[in-house]
Structure formats: C-alpha cells, structure tokens
Design a binder for this molecule. Structure first.
Ligand code: DC
Length: 233
C-alpha cells in the first residue's frame, strides 16, 4: 500500500537555510517544493517595476487593484532547480536582489497581500505531499501540518552566508550592509501585526549555526521518516 503523504511546513528567519532544508527534503521524499518567499518577492518586483512601491511608500490602493493581474508560478528546470514565474516570465534572478528582498519584506506586512497568497498556498497543498517554506506556514497556512520545522541561525552566520551567495552571483555587498539588512528584516518579520514570524508550539527547532549541510540533512530526514511512519501506523 502506498504510504500516506504528509505536509511539511518549514519556517524561520531569512537566510537561515530554510530553502536548502526544504529542497533537500522534497527531493528525498519525492514531494513538491514551494518557496513562498519567492511569491512575496514576485509581488514586490511587479509593484516596484510599476512604481507602486517606491523607496519610502507603498500605494496600497494601486497594489490591491493590481493583485488580480499578478499570476505566480514555478517552473522545474532540467537541473532539478525551480524558477519563479511572474505572469509567465522567468524572474528567478531578478527577485533575488537585496532591493527586492526589502520590497518583499515590506509588502508581506500588508494583510490583503498575505490573504491572497495564503489562499494560493493552501490550494497548492490541498493534496499533501508538499514541502513549503516561509514565515507563517506552520502557524497560518498549514496549522495542521504533520511535520513543522522552525529553522534558525545567528544573524552573523546568516549575513556571512548571504554575502557568499551575493558574491557567487556577481553582486557582492559589504558584510556590514548585509548584516544590517538581515537584522532589519528579522525585526520586521517578527514585529508586524499580520502573521508575525514565530515558532509554532508544535514545531521542531533546527539551529544550524554550527551544522554542516549533511548533518542537518540527516536530522531532517530522520524527523521526516519518523513522522511518516507514525502517520502510517
Ligand atoms: O524567505 P525570503 O527571504 O525569500 O522572503 C522574502 C520576504 O517575504 C521576507 O521578508 C519575509 C516575507 N515572507 C513572509 O512574510 N511570509 C512567507 N510565508 C514567506 C516570506
């Protein structure tokens, strides 16, 4: 008999390796992976390109009117990675800049944006067999997820990782600026009134400040296997 599929919710601070955990696990489990941060980033990119979001303001009225014309999807690449599509266009590299990260952090504080995206995310997970990462997956999107993981690492470790990523992409930024950006986003993610980032009471904590990718992956796979086995009892 085929094993019953579960829902895996992964939340945590920015740049703490959530997507690494989620991608690894989705591949291991043969599940669909959904990066919800990419969805907030795509909305931000759309709004920034049209001047709906500027350096110091968001035109919420125009953003609300624009939302129905924003369609977000994911396209699997031949190398197994996933690219984000905005109205059919591949925007993967454009949504990974610090500017768009900042815009995403700002649009994600708006209730009507969250409600629209949460609805899409819940539809994507209707049949389970999904690994979704974000900030509110275990608390709001899938409060009944069988496995919830809350990932964390120190701000300094996360800023170092982010610097390395930016360097690899050919868009290096000074460490101090990246660290400040990490701290600013942490503050905003945890202090907003709409679905602030917090660890669900039943989430398992994964502090990976001092873990290699392999060590972390082994722990997460064990958690997954244990959960699936107990669900299939
Ligand atoms: O994980 P990320 O850095 O790609 O997320 C971009 C921004 O979107 C981040 O500031 C937090 C926000 N976000 C959110 O509020 N809820 C989610 N489920 C995912 C991301």
């Amino acid at each position: 008999m085929e094993k019953k599929k579960i829902t895996v919710a992964i939340d945590g601070y920015s740049s703490c390796g959530k997507s690494t955990i989620a991608k690894d696990l989705a591949l291991y489990a043969g599940y669909v992976y959904v990066d919800t941060g990419a969805m907030y980033r795509a909305v931000a990119l759309y709004a920034m390109e049209r001047g709906i979001i500027t350096a110091d303001s968001i035109d919420e009225k125009r953003l609300a009117a624009a939302l129905p014309s924003i369609s977000i999807g994911f396209a699997l690449q031949p190398d197994g990675s996933q690219h984000t599509l905005l109205n059919g266009n591949d925007v993967e590299s454009r949504i990974r800049t610090l500017d768009v990260a900042d815009g995403a952090s700002r649009v994600s504080t708006i209730g009507f944006v969250r409600r629209a995206l949460v609805e899409q995310q819940q539809a994507m997970g209707r049949d389970k067999g999904i690994v979704m990462d974000g900030r509110d997956i275990g608390t709001v999107v899938f409060p009944d997820a069988e496995l919830k993981i809350f990932a964390t690492a120190s701000a300094e470790v996360r800023a170092e990782r982010r610097c390395r990523e930016l360097e690899e992409k050919g868009t290096p930024k000074p460490y101090a600026e990246v660290l400040e950006n990490v701290r600013e986003r942490d503050w905003r993610d945890t202090h907003r009134t709409e679905s602030p980032l917090r660890q669900a009471a039943d989430a398992r904590l994964m502090d990976n400040s001092a873990l290699t990718r392999e060590e972390q992956s082994a722990i997460i796979r064990r958690w997954f296997d244990e959960t699936v086995n107990s669900e299939n009892h």
